[in-house]
Design a protein. Structure first.
Length: 193
């Protein structure tokens, strides 16, 4: 059984090395839509794969980190990185370029980490993230599955190398959320939301 949850965010980037000069040489923005496809072979007490309300907690907080932010690639020009961080309160730095393809891989790994650390309390079982679809425009999207997210030939993504600015962290329910997840600290789902 599959369920799908949609998220939206507005974000700015440059995609170095791509064929289009507008994309590779100018800071620009997109209204992103991100679809998460969850899967399970079981249903919980509510006879659901995973209550949509639960996807509005940590997972939404992490995806919302990209909203009204600029996303940077750590391999970009150091002067550019320094200037963007100086002039934008909200930024996220990734070890890969912020193309729709890499967004799909990064978000897949983030959600996978959250699910791995989540203590399910409503008899959910075997809930996995099957796929992440990132729509950068109305006409094009990228879709990542597990093998894509973990593919070294597409660029190794060490989750610990993803950086969120203080401006992003300050809006989380806990500014140390990411460190806690990386340490493997458990998140106990609320019994009622
Ligand atoms: Zn773009």
């Amino acid at each position: 059984m599959r369920i799908r949850k949609l998220y939206r965010f507005e974000n700015a980037h440059i995609v170095r090395g791509c064929s289009s000069r507008r994309c590779s040489e100018s800071i620009h923005g997109h209204s992103y839509e991100v679809e998460l496809i969850f899967a399970s072979d079981h249903l919980d007490r509510g006879q659901m794969v995973y209550d949509f309300g639960l996807t509005k907690l940590t997972i939404r907080e992490l995806i919302d980190s990209f909203d009204h932010a600029i996303t940077l690639w750590s391999g970009d020009d150091p002067d550019y990185l320094r200037d963007m961080k100086r002039w934008s309160r909200r930024w996220v730095e990734l070890p890969v370029s912020p193309s729709a393809e890499q967004y799909a891989r990064v978000i897949f790994l983030m959600v996978e980490l959250v699910l791995a650390n989540t203590v399910m309390v409503n008899k959910e079982k075997n809930v996995t993230i099957e796929s992440v679809i990132v729509h950068e425009t109305r006409s094009g999207y990228a879709q990542a599955f597990k093998e894509d997210a973990h593919s070294p030939q597409m660029g190794v993504i060490e989750l610990g190398s993803i950086q969120f600015s203080d401006g992003v962290r300050d809006e989380w329910s806990d500014p140390s959320l990411w460190e806690r997840l990386l340490r493997g600290e458990k998140i106990i789902n609320p019994t009622k939301i």
